[in-house]
Design a protein around this ligand. Structure first.
Ligand code: ZN
Length: 383
């Protein structure tokens, strides 16, 4: 059984230990020490990384009463060990932050965290029941206030017969000694993970996304250093948008709305101009087959323009795109079943598409020359 130093002091970064065993496993050498400060993966918290005797520790997992360190190379004897403590501290911040947030939301509506995960993009929390935006905002505010109060985070080990006197959240049934993490006025939860000693170390808790998930809600939280990094990233983005749109940072949202409205207006005018142009072009259609190439690559444009051409031509087509990316097409007719035309185009131009007798849309993975050649070859049968 490994002596678990992280339960005695979660801030141990370096320690000396003896190698009990070192065997080759699937992911590397599996090293068991007589004692360790490396926390093994569990309860949503990833396993620690670092070095043992100068050898990289890729991951740490629990196996029975032992902690197994997955190492890149063999180690033996007495070894100096060091954790990637920056990474571990970030997990401690995120883990403790999750406790506080869950404590408040649980009190409000009885929500349990049924899917906790600390990942690269933040902390994921799956709430077991639906919650309102107001509840989330309240829980977030109360959690941050608990941080400002710098409350102690204590581990309590109640005796079996005392346990029923405690009102605590529990993620799953636990065998053996129960360890309760007590954050005054905020949360009491059974947990074996690593936590900060005082809530002030967490820094900040921010909900960055909430979406319906199964019967409840899936939240992404940014906590601690990760929240600061997220803030810095978003600040940089807002700054860039602010410079590009010549708007104050706090007014970029209105500025984006303005640009979107302008774009919509321009799009409308552009479509009108294009419609005029195609109407002029359609004048020259000889009434049999008529096709046009357009480099915009826009399927909706192709559809509209083709419809205009079909007012004049017996069968009309618009090919939109370029030789590099291929072409979108629309074929239309008021009186002829264009599905036959499309089938011919598809077969000779590596295409696909579908539609009605009046209009077919699709795409062709070939060159303009090839399309023009095919188009000339297509014969329209009398119906
Ligand atoms: Zn915990």
């Amino acid at each position: 059984m490994t002596q678990k130093l992280y339960n005695e002091n979660q801030y141990i970064k370096e320690f000396t230990a003896c190698v009990v065993s070192c065997t080759e496993g699937e992911r590397g050498f599996e090293v068991i020490l007589d004692k360790t400060a490396f926390f093994p993966e569990g309860g949503g918290q990833p396993g620690d990384t670092g070095f043992i005797g100068g050898v990289e520790v890729i991951d740490t997992v629990e196996r029975g009463d032992d902690v197994v360190h997955i190492c890149a190379e063999k180690v033996s004897g007495e070894v100096e060990c060091s954790l990637d403590f920056e990474r571990r501290f970030s997990f401690m911040q995120q883990h403790t932050g999750e406790h506080i947030f869950m404590g408040f939301i649980h009190k409000m509506c009885g929500a349990e965290n049924v899917g906790f995960h600390i990942g690269e993009s933040g902390v994921t929390v799956d709430l077991s029941v639906p919650v309102t935006g107001e509840m989330l905002a309240d829980a977030e505010r109360l959690a941050n206030e608990a941080i400002y109060k710098n409350l102690p985070v204590k581990a309590v080990y109640p005796a079996d017969d005392e346990l029923e006197n405690y009102e605590y959240r529990s993620k799953k049934e636990i065998n053996g000694q129960v360890r309760l993490i007590d954050i005054e006025g905020s949360d009491l939860c059974a947990c074996c993970g690593t936590h900060v000693a005082f809530t002030g170390e967490i820094g900040i808790i921010k909900i960055v996304s909430a979406m319906k998930y199964k019967k409840g809600v899936r939240l992404t939280l940014q906590i601690g250093r990760k929240a600061f990094e997220d803030y810095a990233d978003k600040h940089e983005n807002v700054h860039r948008i602010s410079v590009a749109l010549k708007a104050k940072p706090e007014e970029v949202s209105e500025a984006v709305d303005r640009v979107m409205a302008q774009q919509k207006e321009m799009r409308f005018r552009y479509t009108q101009l294009k419609r005029n142009y195609y109407e002029i072009y359609a004048e020259d259609c000889d009434g049999e087959k008529c096709c046009l190439f357009d480099d915009s690559g826009d399927a909706a444009d192709a559809r509209m323009l083709c419809d205009i051409l079909a007012q004049k031509a017996f069968v009309a087509a618009v090919f939109s795109g370029n030789d590099e990316d291929g072409y979108k097409y629309a074929v239309a007719s008021r009186t002829y079943d264009v599905r036959k035309v499309a089938a011919e185009l598809n077969s000779c131009c590596a295409g696909r598409g579908g539609g009605t007798a009046e209009m077919v849309q699709g795409s062709l993975a070939t060159y303009r020359d090839m399309i023009e050649c095919c188009w000339r070859e297509i014969e329209l049968n009398d119906e």
